[in-house]
Write a protein that binds this ligand. Sequence first.
Ligand code: AMP
Ligand code: TRP
Length: 329
Amino acid sequence: METVLSGIRSTGHLHLGNYYGALKNFVKIQDSYKCFFFVADIHSLTTHPHPSDFHEGVKIILSEYLAAGLDPEKSAIYVQSDVPEICELYTLLNMISYVGELERTVSFKDKVRQQKNNVNAGLLTYPVLMASDILAHRATKVPVGKDQDQHLEIARTIARRFNTLYGVEVFPEPVNMDFGSGAIKVPGLDGNGKMGKSEGNGIFLCDDEKTISKKVMKAVTDAGPTTPNSEMPESVANLFKILSIVSDKSTVDYFKEKYNDCSIRYGDLKKQLAQDICKQTLPIKARIDDIYNDAEYLHKVVKQGADKARESAAATLALARKAIGFKAF
Ligand code: AMP
Ligand code: TRP
């Protein structure tokens, strides 16, 4: 069975884009792959979160992933900082990672620009820690967004370099996991581009009915079609796209017809859209709230996940240490 692994940043909440674009696929593959899903809390230290918010961020994202269907019985679901073997591997892999190649990473250059006063070494070696996350379990498939492709490339380089340097086959080279037709892009509510974390553009799984309705009613549209069968502006096409994700086909067809004969009222479309989003997300929200408030359950989940992840990472580390030449006296 192939091993799949994905890391989740512990900042913010999950939005519809994360859910339909990534999570739903994660949920589906849990039976056919050996899966590792973890909260990358050590990675988030590169931006210095305040200690009083730090744990909260981890708890929120964990509750949301579990509520959306990640199953701790099927997958290893853990918190990165509960698995010290990852940090040991990170130390070892840092010795074969070159400053030059890390400095060329787009994400590093972006951060240097964004946080001029906090260009810490963790930012530079962020891809090495990510490689350690992946290689610790010798994962071969890593489902991540396009923005992470360069980091995956570095993970492959490090894996190859280790194997070559020590003449071993310890690390397989991980590739992005493509969900093919399952790869849904969810647009935002602000008229252009995809849904993201930014204010006003996204609907979160933890939003209540009133918030969802308010956000959808405020979504950008135009003045309405005046000639039959005219092309939709991006803002309206985006609302239809979201409708096609959350509603049934007959509803989409109904509003398309109304658009094409110019009788559409965007208020009606939005009301329906808000209602159908709620139908999908409110049951998840209820589970998020339950899980978030169930300290005993969360404790059990992360303990179980850390046990599985530590066992797997320790086995890899033993191979890596042996290859490097560490020996017991
Ligand atoms: P991010 O929250 O941007 O780090 O993304 C985490 C995961 O969610 C990645 O696999 C992304 O590809 C996916 N994702 C984020 N936004 C969207 C979106 N609007 N539509 C589809 N997938 C998305
Ligand atoms: N860097 C990833 C992101 O920003 C999160 C992450 C950390 C990750 N470690 C990983 C993703 C390992 C995949 C595999 O989204």
